[in-house]
Ligand binder design. Sequence first.
Ligand SMILES: *Cc1c(COP(=O)(O)O)cnc(C)c1O
Ligand code: SF4
Length: 330
Amino acid sequence: MTQTQPTHTWQGEIRTAFRDPAELARHLGLGLDQLPALASTDTFPLLVPRSFADRMAKGDPRDALLLQVWPDRLESVVDECESSDPVGDLGARKAPGLLQKYAGRALVVTTGACAVHCRYCFRQNFPYDESARSQAQWETQLEAIQGNAALREVILSGGDPLTLPDPVLESRIADLESIPHLDTLRIHTRLPIVVPSRMTDEFCQTLAGSRFAKLVVLHANHPAELDDSVRAACAKLRATGSTILNQSVLLRGVNDAPDILERLSRRLWECGILPYYLHALDRVSGSSRFQVPDDDGIRLIETLRSRLPGYLVPRLVREIEGAPGKMPVG
Ligand SMILES: *Cc1c(COP(=O)(O)O)cnc(C)c1O
Ligand code: SF4
């Protein structure tokens, strides 16, 4: 007897994610009057999978996971130095949805969709359209990659590339494997963090069977994001032969304290993930409430250096338009 898949498939998790701030507040035992006044969310609505919401502390309006996703009215305050394209993505396009800023590696915007909407996201204003995930656009991108023999590595990014169905990912990876000058596949994704059930057997088999050296770069900002379901998802991912790194964004009120960053690094290690970058926030419009001064960031890293082995200290970097790579802060 066949049954339609209930909500515990990853697609079901995305379908049933919180989209109504009042409903999320209620789930957390909070009244709307206890939370920051809401922003207008026409262009970038609230989106929070239940598996992620379940890691938020009940009754705490300052919870570090909640703050990352709550559409705060302060988003309508736009600083002079902020913009809708803070890292020069539009100028780095080699083909629609194909960005190359650095030597040897190019980044493919595979889709505009994500499983969670992070309020500080620097791509929230990227001019995605439905064609981002189309086969036609992919073929144009492939051609450009094929024609550039200096590329060794392709980064599947987005949005979140793991919102694509497994068969699509499998065929994209197979297409890339047919290009002889590529040796490394990288995937930038937050899905294993917010929806750990995304680590399906089918996806893991695709990765395990690939000829590429494989790198998965996750995005977690706080140790509470890394519960045991995430740890299990990462164990599955590591069994494919992939190296797992993490990039975080330094966020005021979320992780700008040495104890939190120390616990994050130690928990990443427990999950088999190495800290890679700690990003100074890109000045995307309306993100000023998350801004941490550079001097504070530098002091935080110094403190981490005094507490942790070198491999657990992330590199504090900022993206500067026109630079040859992510640039160290300080
Ligand atoms: C950040 C980024 C990369 C990756 O940079 P690494 O320093 O190799 O992690 C590659 N391409 C683009 C366009 C990027 O924005
Ligand atoms: S998961 Fe990444 S791309 Fe998606 S909203 Fe969050 S920061 Fe932006």
